[in-house]
Design a protein around this ligand. Structure first.
Ligand code: SF4
Length: 265
């Protein structure tokens, strides 16, 4: 374990590790990630700029420069401010911070989260997260996503709040639709389950990583996605890590996104 101690892991790492270990190996260990399509790259860059805009707005800094050339950015900001009460009327008895980062040491790994906005009151704390796509049709998939689970888990582990005192709300901003939200509340049973599932996933990761480093064995496939995935035969413990994937590889991320129903990364 010494050689893999203090690895930083985010929710994106956990999601990919949980959903598609071979792709985790290629993206994070071999740096062979598939280049994003121009369309996806544009969406990602717009999303990043929107997050920067929200952070500047929360800090009380001018956002004029950021919205000057992009009316959609300005309209999205206005729509979100109108929709989210805590952005318009900050409560007297609360503390809040945009891009609030927390790290938890867990079984030799550093689990890291960055909350788009954390609002802390004496009796409860709320995590807010901005998404620049439409609200997903299946809320359960977002509930199961490691972003939801890790964000809530780490807040409890690094504060005095009880699980029942915290929640996470996703706001989905994609004009011309009105912003919509999804809130997930937490409790001690979910916290216990997250703790157990984290332990299991990180134990698996430790084993896969040791086998990969010491014996050149590829990370294994998940079992519940193989029927629909053309890559299930291409990578796995029996194949060489130097195998070359064909052009269709660019669809790989789409397949994983369909499984997660949440945009990567
Ligand atoms: S079957 Fe496909 S999606 Fe599932 S783990 Fe394997 S490569 Fe990933």
């Amino acid at each position: 374990m010494n050689n893999i101690s203090l690895i930083h892991l985010s929710q994106s790492h956990l999601n990919l590790l949980d959903t598609c270990p071979p792709q985790f190996q290629r993206v994070y260990l071999e740096q062979l990630g598939t280049p994003l399509s121009p369309e996806k790259q544009e969406k990602l860059s717009w999303g990043n700029q929107f997050h920067q805009l929200m952070q500047q707005y929360e800090l009380g800094l001018s956002v004029d420069l950021l919205v000057a050339k992009d009316k959609q950015m300005q309209n999205s900001l206005n729509a979100l401010i109108n929709a989210v009460p805590s952005l318009r009327n900050p409560s007297q008895n609360s503390w809040k911070e945009a891009e609030h980062s927390r790290t938890l040491k867990f079984k030799g790994y550093l689990l890291t989260v960055i909350y788009d906005l954390l609002i802390a009151k004496p009796e409860k704390a709320e995590i807010l997260d901005w998404k620049t796509y439409l609200k997903p049709e299946n809320p359960q998939k977002l509930a199961n996503n490691w972003q939801t689970r890790l964000y809530l888990y780490i807040l409890v582990e690094t504060s005095d709040y009880l699980p029942e005192q915290i929640s996470i709300t996703y706001w989905f901003v994609k004009l011309p639709s009105q912003p919509q939200s999804l809130t997930f509340f937490y409790d001690k049973d979910k916290h216990k389950q997250n703790h157990e599932d984290l332990k299991v996933l990180l134990n698996k990761f430790e084993n896969w990583l040791n086998e990969y480093i010491q014996e050149n064995i590829n990370f294994p496939h998940s079992i519940n996605c193989q029927i629909n995935c053309p890559y299930s035969q291409l990578l796995g413990p029996e194949q060489s890590t130097s195998i070359t994937l064909n052009k269709a590889e660019k669809n790989w991320l789409s397949i994983i996104e369909e499984i997660q129903e949440v945009s990567l990364p």
